[in-house]
Design a protein around this ligand. Structure first.
Ligand code: 2AL
Length: 241
């Protein structure tokens, strides 16, 4: 199957690393194409970044190559519903995928994320998706996303310490990594912490493969029907349907 991975930020090194992380868990028959928007923020660390990044996801979906499934590889799941309108295949956001995976292996999980200001974005998603009763805490580390650009090894001790504190304080059974850029740290953290550690990129890839295997795609009934045809003005003109 063809899996389109969209990194919603515009940092090429992260797009390459996310493509690699996806290929590392993908089934032998899965071909991963990793792309990023042609415009937008270098990293997504707040509402304004996220609003522009969501338009970038819409841009990539509007001109997407043929695909069987899509993964949106930023923990804020920017543009997820829009991308589902634009695709017949399953579209997975890494936050939603990670919350599902964590709920299947623990009674309650904690999220360890980047900047503290992004905690509320994760909390909004937990409510939107109905996971507020399974998540026992969202913890910021104040690590900037671009500090994870090179794989984030230098940030490992800080993330590990935050995860240990979260597990103890929240009485959680699992840790969800709250940034796609933390993907490469997942196995080391799981080995050190001794609890399931969920990287949303891997979870989204495997869930996407599972859904395609089940013959399931985004519903085209009602609210996920394709966008209505109309004129888009200004710089967005090429995005109109
Ligand atoms: C992210 C992420 O996954 N990519 C990005 O640019 N920002 N998430 C986050 N919590 O900071």
């Amino acid at each position: 199957m063809n899996l389109l991975l969209i990194n919603p930020n515009t940092t090429q090194a992260m797009t390459d690393a996310l493509g690699q992380a996806a290929r590392a868990v993908a089934a032998p028959g899965t071909v991963v194409t990793a792309v990023q928007p042609s415009f937008g923020p270098a990293s997504i660390e707040g509402f304004f970044d996220e609003a522009v990044a969501a338009a970038g996801v819409a841009e990539q979906m509007r001109h997407a190559p043929a695909h069987d499934a899509v993964v949106i590889a930023c923990f804020g799941d920017p543009g997820l519903d829009a991308a589902r309108e634009a695709s017949t295949g399953p579209v997975l956001g890494v936050a939603e995928a990670a919350f599902h995976a964590a709920s299947l292996v623990s009674t309650g999980f904690s999220v360890v994320t980047t900047m503290t200001r992004t905690c509320v974005i994760a909390e909004h998603l937990l409510h939107k998706y109905g996971f507020e009763r399974r998540c026992r805490g969202v913890h910021g580390t104040d690590i900037p996303v671009l500090a994870l650009e090179d794989g984030g090894l230098a940030c490992l001790p800080q993330i590990e310490a935050a995860a240990r504190e979260a597990l103890a304080r929240d009485r959680s059974g699992a840790i969800v990594l709250g940034c796609a850029g933390m993907a490469g740290l997942c196995h080391t953290l799981q080995a050190r912490l001794g609890v399931p550690v969920i990287d949303g990129v891997s979870a989204a890839v495997k869930l996407a493969e599972g859904l395609v295997g089940l013959g399931l795609g985004s519903s085209k009934q009602g609210d996920y029907a394709p966008p209505l045809p109309k004129r888009y003005a200004g710089w967005a003109a090429p995005l109109g349907w």
